[in-house]
Design a protein around this ligand. Structure first.
Ligand SMILES: Nc1ncnc2c1ncn2[C@@H]1O[C@H](COP(=O)(O)OP(=O)(O)OP(=O)(O)O)[C@@H](O)[C@H]1O
Length: 606
């Protein structure tokens, strides 16, 4: 769970400048008090009442230095000079010492934390993405960053300096008359104390609202991602109804709990403030009539206390805005504090930039590997499997038998709970994860296409590949004929705002992309079952062309693709049930034989 301290740590690299700018802003808030003070003293001069002792001393000093009599003209001249310095002369300097830094720090921190967020997104384990959809994550990150950025100038540039000003006002009034200062203090403690109590309750509602909003965003994002399914099942009215209910729930909280809460708070504050101002007026008048304070001090005290009470409203507004921001800021820190995967990439490590990649022959060994996503249920149990260099091995088995999980372990997306996975005799857990993964390539069932040209997509894993190398990979993957028919060939924009590629074309592009990085182990999560005959044939030819050039692991859904594999491994309920070539396994008359017969007769493996 994130803590309040994390919000402060967000700005840690800029603490020095932060302290400087907050101090400067606070000093300016005190300098503002010179005007009512000097005005009060001018009134004393005009009504022939005595000046404050420190001011008398200062006038005497000026008189000696300037060799000018300490009369009314000199006194008013000095006071006007003070007012000039604290208003006109400060105006061109102040924004550079305050506003500039407040926003500079907020914007630089956003840049830094934005980078940290991307690092976190890149290193979070895959389970996190199974549990949280992109809409939820993006919403949380965007709100967290925005609230930190807007919140900083409010707190550092306004709230803290304003609190400082109130303390200064209180001290000035204390010097004039401690009774008035005491009254001021008590009223402030009561008003601020009650405000904070009410705000605490409102923060609780804000947190609830934040969670509700995240749920709504998450579902909206799911609707966008799965819009084809929504339309196919004609569930638009159902989805709309559900989202409407969520929006209504949000409105109830934001309008009737939060907004109403703030209006109630405002009503209470206004009444209290006006009441207190009236009481202070009465007390100050009484002290003046008794002759305890001068006319100048009477005006000054009233002006200063009005200024202090006037600050209560903006302070409370700022506290309210902060209360609105705090829950999404804390949720952002919760996200940043989500533990990264065990096999995370160290972005700061120089060897990740240097091109000192591993080189393997591609001998892979699973030795007594067991694994489960949850503690209670084992998905893989005591897997022992040897894959020789350059072999093509097919993993077959019913849906849910653990084929993909085995590959995820090989890619180090997860760590086995027991046993080891070795590559060329080395435990993969002891290897640098990014350098290790660079020697592997996987073609998924759904090939991700980034927004950009075909060439950008092909060279994603190897940006320095020459066009000849790209063309060679495309020929093997049989995607070259597809590219030739695109309007701008390799420079055609595909993806979000470009040409759409069919499932088979995407898969072949994925194969070429994987081949281009010249992996030692190529993994192919085959999904030919969803393709038309021609695409399937092209992919099978591509796979045949690759066979024998590197270690290849195929997760096979259609047995027609695995006949030519050197070794077929049949998984059943997380265990290796059978191993052998196509012919050998058919003769065994076991699971493979049954699956094969099912497919031959048009049955489905599931
Ligand atoms: N991220 C996950 N969290 C929890 N359980 C999971 C996760 N991924 C897979 N499983 C479970 O692990 C088991 C094996 O899944 P896996 O995807 O490895 O099977 P598969 O043989 O590849 O299936 P398919 O052929 O349908 O792709 C299944 O019971 C599945 O429900």
């Amino acid at each position: 769970m994130a803590k309040f301290r994390d919000l402060i740590d967000y700005f840690r690299p800029y603490w020095g400048w932060s302290i400087f700018s907050i101090t400067t802003s606070s000093i300016y808030e005190v300098i503002d008090l010179i005007v009512p003070y000097a005005t009060g003293q001018i009134l004393n001069v005009l009504s022939s009442q005595p000046l404050d002792k420190p001011l008398q001393d200062a006038i005497a000093l000026f008189s000696r230095v300037l060799n000018y009599p300490a009369n009314q003209f000199l006194t008013i001249g000095v006071l006007l000079g003070l007012i000039f310095l604290s208003t006109v002369a400060r105006a061109p300097i102040e924004p550079w010492l305050t506003s500039w830094f407040h926003w500079d720090i907020a914007l630089k921190s956003r840049r830094l934390q934005g980078q940290k967020t991307i690092e976190k997104i890149l290193t979070l384990p895959l389970e996190f993405y199974d549990e949280n959809n992109p809409g939820r994550i993006a919403g949380r990150v965007a709100r967290g960053l925005a609230n930190h950025t807007w919140g900083y100038p409010e707190i550092a540039g306004q709230l803290l300096p304003k609190l400082f000003r109130i303390v200064a006002i209180f001290l000035m009034i204390w010097v004039i008359d401690w009774r008035i200062a005491g009254l001021l203090l008590i009223s402030f403690v009561i008003i601020i104390g009650l405000t904070l109590r009410k705000l605490k309750r409102l923060i609780w509602h804000e947190e609830r609202l934040d969670k509700y909003m995240e749920n709504t965003e998450s579902r909206t994002s799911e609707i966008i991602t799965n819009i084809k399914t929504v339309k196919a099942f004609a569930t638009e009215p159902k989805e709309l109804k559900r989202q409407k209910q969520r929006l209504d729930r949000e409105l109830t909280v934001v309008d009737y709990r939060i907004h109403k809460g703030y209006v109630k708070l405002l009503t209470y504050q206004r009444t209290m403030v006006q009441f207190c101002v009236f009481i202070v007026l009465g007390l100050t008048l009484a002290e003046t009539l008794k002759g305890k304070i001068t006319i100048g001090h009477f005006v000054m005290t009233l002006t200063l206390s009005s200024m202090a009470y006037a600050e209560l409203q903006p302070i409370s507004n700022l506290a309210e805005v902060f209360a609105r921001r705090i829950s999404s800021m804390l949720r952002f820190h919760d996200f940043l504090q989500t533990p990264s995967g065990e096999a995370t990439i160290d972005f700061l490590s120089p060897e990740n930039i240097a091109d000192t990649d591993y080189q393997f022959t591609g001998k892979v060994e699973f030795s007594h590997v067991s694994f489960g996503y949850e503690d209670k249920r084992k998905v893989l149990q005591d897997i022992n499997l040897l894959i020789e260099p350059y072999q093509t091995v097919a993993l077959v088995g019913k849906s849910g038998s653990g084929k993909s999980t085995l590959v995820k372990l090989l890619l180090r997306y997860f760590e086995p709970q027991t046993g080891k996975i070795l590559i060329d005799g080395q435990d993969i857990c002891t290897l640098d994860v990014s350098k290790y993964r660079r020697r592997l390539a996987i073609v998924h069932q759904e090939v991700d296409i980034f927004n950009g040209t075909v060439l950008d997509n092909l060279t994603y894993g190897r940006p320095d590949a020459t066009l000849e190398q790209v063309q060679a990979a495309c020929r093997i993957a049989r995607v070259d004929e597809v590219v030739q028919h695109l309007p701008q060939g390799y420079y055609t924009v595909v993806g979000e705002r470009g040409v759409r590629l069919s499932g088979g074309q995407r898969q072949r592009l994925g194969i070429a992309r994987a081949l281009l990085v010249e992996p030692d182990v190529l993994i192919f999560d085959e999904a030919t079952s969803s393709l038309d005959y021609e695409s399937e044939r092209s992919i099978q030819l591509a796979m045949r062309a690759i066979q024998g050039t590197r270690t290849t692991i195929i997760i096979a859904h259609r047995l027609s693709t695995v006949r030519e594999a050197d070794k077929i491994v049949v998984l059943d309920q997380g265990k290796v049930a059978e191993v052998g070539s196509h012919e050998e396994l058919l003769h065994q008359n076991g699971i493979y034989h049954r699956l094969h017969s099912l497919q031959e007769t048009g049955g489905i493996i599931a």
